[in-house]
Design a protein around this ligand. Structure first.
Ligand code: URA
Length: 444
């Protein structure tokens, strides 16, 4: 077959369904440089407008997976699984889910990313722990997965490099928002990580990548169908991001919140519900529990028995963090020079939260990035964030702010006040998770 990239682009532009061979040749050519960036941008725009069928999305996902290494965990004596979140504010679920699953006998090699814009990134949270290596070499990564049962790190091997290059092009050509492209982008990296099962936490609401429930459902359905079609057993929950998930937002503060959760000192109820629900689905998918209900019980026991905390402590130490991190949090997590309460301007009940605005207030404090190369201050952010339905007055603050200087504190206070809407009553608030059941590859 003579392969001409411009013909593939034109066929997609005109609304045709591409063949597996066309998609594979286009991505392989892009990875080796014979398909230019201009052609990749045109391909992304044609896909944005004409969309892709599920089989086309599967082909695109597999082609991007095959542009780099695929990890192999067949030497481990248990199931290998992971979770992926589409990103939120105060979303530190990974920090608890990985050690809970490890305590249940599931290996979790979690390759996570950095935050950009209003959403936080798991790697940035771990950078708040002194000594913790987020970029270990492959040998150390494998050793820690074996020893602790989980390792949360940044990318080591060359996983799905075609996705990295295509994402950079999408980012500057207005083509990020295509569900077909998002699906292939997320899943190509997860397939390259060599997992046996995956659970997706698809966020919906004011702090989510997909703000409406319909779009979130569409994304969840696409991810689940395509992942299973590509041979990775995958399920999804759609969870609410109309308010921050944890009562803390900001890197070091979310690590503290996670450790307090694991040790039982403080557990935010919505965070607990989402974390244990995801663990329960993953337990059933990996076969360590016969049903989701049984998985939930196993997860609760892994948490309350302290076994998950133990796994977390082993992982942190094995990756270079302090051996006494859990017991001496105060001496290991740096604190910001300014810590004070932020009060609303009036009195009333929190009826809505612009969660994206809360995330942007963290960025204004220096705790997030506006561009990929920005440095992060791991000390800053908010804790004691009030949730929807809380009555605020002169004694009950919106949150406690942690700032590095007065100017950033004032700007972040302005932003968080604007993000909190006060009314007479709490919103009629449906606490999702809404499960999207997983299917097998044959059912597609
Ligand atoms: N996250 C990804 O990895 N890729 C996308 O396209 C969107 C979110």
């Amino acid at each position: 077959m003579v392969f001409l990239p411009q013909e593939v682009i034109a066929r997609k532009r005109d609304g045709n369904v591409l063949t597996n061979e066309e998609i594979a040749a286009f991505i392989a050519g892009f990875a080796k440089g014979s398909v230019s960036h201009a052609q990749a941008a045109a391909f992304a725009m044609a896909t944005y407008f004409q969309d892709m069928t599920m089989p086309e999305r599967v082909a695109l996902t597999l082609a991007m997976r095959d542009s780099g290494d695929v990890l192999d965990w067949s030497d481990l004596d248990g199931p290998v699984a992971d979770k992926h979140s589409t990103g939120g504010v105060g979303d530190n679920v990974s920090l608890m889910l990985a050690p809970i699953m490890a305590a249940m006998g599931v290996y979790v090699p979690m390759i996570s990313g950095r935050g950009l814009g209003h959403t936080g990134g798991t790697l940035d949270k771990f950078d708040a722990i002194p000594g913790y290596q987020t970029q270990p070499d492959n040998d150390l990564f494998r050793r820690v997965v074996r020893q602790a049962g989980c390792a949360i790190i940044g990318q080591t091997a060359d996983l799905a490099p075609a996705d990295k290059a295509l994402y950079a092009i999408r980012d500057v050509t207005g083509t990020v928002e295509s569900i077909a492209l998002i699906t292939a982008s997320i899943l190509s990296k997860k397939l390259a990580a060599g997992l046996g099962a995956l659970v997706l936490d698809v966020k919906t609401g004011s702090g989510a990548f997909m703000p409406t429930l319909d779009r979130s459902r569409e994304l969840a359905q696409s991810l689940v169908e395509v992942a299973n079609g590509a041979g990775l057993k995958t399920g999804a929950l759609i969870t609410d991001m109309n308010e921050p998930l944890a009562s803390a937002a900001g890197n070091g503060l979310e690590v503290r919140n996670a450790v307090e959760f694991l040790t039982g000192r403080h557990q935010d109820p919505r965070l607990k519900e989402v974390t244990l629900s995801l663990c329960a689905v993953l337990a059933e998918m990996t076969g360590v529990a016969g049903t989701v209900g049984a998985g939930r019980m196993l997860a609760e026991s892994a948490l309350s028995s302290g076994r998950a905390t133990e796994r977390f402590a082993i992982m942190v130490h094995a990756l270079g963090g302090p051996g006494d991190f859990i017991d001496n949090l105060d001496s290991h997590l740096a604190t910001a020079p300014i810590i004070r309460d932020v009060f609303a301007q009036g009195t009333g009940t929190i009826s809505a939260i612009d969660t994206r605005g809360v995330g942007m207030a963290v960025v204004a404090l220096g705790g997030g990035r506006s561009t990929p190369t920005d440095d992060i201050d791991h000390r800053v952010g908010f804790d004691r964030l009030a949730g929807l339905g809380t009555r605020l007055d002169a004694h009950t603050p919106i949150a406690r702010i942690h700032a590095r200087d007065e100017a950033s504190a004032i700007e972040a206070e302005r932003r968080i006040r604007a993000a909190y809407v006060l009314g007479d009553a709490a919103p009629a608030h449906a606490l999702i998770p809404d499960a999207v059941p997983y299917t097998t590859s044959q059912e597609i």
